[in-house]
Structures are given as structure tokens and as C-alpha cells.
Design a protein around this ligand. Structure first.
Ligand SMILES: CC(C)(COP(=O)(O)OP(=O)(O)OC[C@H]1O[C@@H](n2cnc3c(N)ncnc32)[C@H](O)[C@@H]1OP(=O)(O)O)[C@@H](O)C(=O)NCCC(=O)NCCS
Length: 159
């Protein structure tokens, strides 16, 4: 399989992200499953690109977008959110994108040591994807640990 390339979202992604975020398959297991209005999206997107504690990334495969990652950083912890571009599901790309994200964070956000994800119990595809990307569930949160820029496989981390 070709390699997934991660790049930061830019102003030109505004329309695509609006469309992908509002697709039924993206909203199905979201904590807020409501569709977002265009005006609300424009405000959110502008704010997101300006923020230094939020990192919005587009994953591309063979120069085509396949998914979106968002990392919200508070001190040494980043909360991760993922969705695939509609039509890209069912091929294991979620795991591949999350693994690229793990590496990206280790490289670009050296202060971050822990990635957290909140996933609805019934979102089996997501739970499996995070587990395969090295996240371990702890008290209902999926966690991934990074130390000193070195990526540690979740399951090998001692408690
Ligand atoms: C979550 C998401 C990224 C997963 O990506 P994906 O690559 O399409 O995941 P897959 O369909 O390949 O499924 C991953 C695994 O779960 C399994 N799976 C999927 N749906 C399942 C179900 N309903 N029951 C049991 N297993 C299921 C798949 O068989 C696969 O198993 P395998 O790895 O052993 O082969 C993608 O579904 C998505 O974008 N969902 C919408 C947004 C979302 O829910 N984001 C996460 C919020 S926390």
C-alpha cells in the first residue's frame, strides 16, 4: 500500500471539511451527531486554523484526501479525533491514519506525552482501529503514550 501523507489543513480545505463533517457516516457515532450549519462551520474553521493548541491534519493517499485528524492539546495531553472521508471506510485506513498521527505528534508536538480518545461503546470500528494503532483502554478512555519523541507501543507500556 502507498504511504499516507499528513499535512496541516489550510483555508482551501474549508468546503471539503464541511461536507465530510456533515456526512451521515461521520455523524453516526459522534458525541454531537447534529449537522453543522455553514455559518457555524466557517466560524469554527477560522478559529481552528488560528489556534495554536489545535492541530487539524488531512491524511492523503496517492494525493487524494482519505481522512481527518484533530489534536487538541492541553499541556502534555492531546485529545484526538478522527474520521475518514466518506467512501474510504472498511479498508483499515482508520488504523493507518492513527499510526501516522502517532508519529506526527511525536515529531511535531514534543511536549505531548499522552494521546487520549473518547469513543462511544457501540463504535466498534473505531475502538478496533484505535486498539490496532496501539491505544489501550483505561477507565473508558483510549490512551497512547509517547516518551521523548520515541513511540512506545500502547500494549507494551507498563502500568
Ligand atoms: C472509525 C473509523 C475511522 C474506522 O476506520 P475504518 O478503517 O473504516 O475501520 P474498518 O471498517 O476497517 O474497521 C476496523 C475493524 O473493525 C471491524 N468492524 C467494523 N465495524 C464493525 C462492527 N459493526 N462490528 C464488529 N466489528 C466491526 C472491522 O471488521 C475491522 O476489523 P479488523 O481490523 O479486525 O479487520 C471510520 O469508521 C470513521 O471515520 N467513522 C466515522 C467517524 C468516527 O466514528 N470517528 C471516531 C470517533 S471516536
Amino acid at each position: 500500500m502507498s504511504e499516507i501523507i499528513l499535512r496541516r489543513a489550510t483555508a482551501s480545505d474549508e468546503g471539503n471539511i464541511f461536507e465530510w463533517r456533515n456526512a451521515a457516516e461521520t455523524r453516526r457515532y459522534a458525541f454531537n451527531p447534529d449537522a453543522v450549519a455553514w455559518e457555524e462551520h466557517v466560524r469554527w474553521f477560522k478559529d481552528t486554523l488560528a489556534r495554536t493548541d489545535r492541530h487539524l491534519l488531512i491524511g492523503e493517499l496517492d494525493s487524494k484526501p482519505i481522512g481527518v485528524l484533530r489534536y487538541d492539546v492541553v499541556n502534555e495531553v492531546a485529545e484526538v479525533s478522527i474520521y475518514l472521508v466518506p467512501g474510504c471506510g472498511g479498508r483499515g485506513l482508520g488504523t493507518a491514519l492513527l499510526k501516522e498521527g502517532n508519529t506526527w505528534v511525536a515529531r511535531h508536538l514534543p511536549q505531548v506525552t499522552t494521546l487520549n480518545a473518547r469513543i462511544l461503546q457501540e463504535n466498534v470500528a473505531s475502538r478496533k482501529s484505535f486498539a490496532k494503532a496501539g491505544y489501550v483502554e483505561s477507565f473508558g478512555i483510549f490512551k497512547y503514550h509517547i516518551f521523548s519523541g520515541t513511540i512506545i507501543d500502547g500494549p507494551k507500556v507498563k502500568k
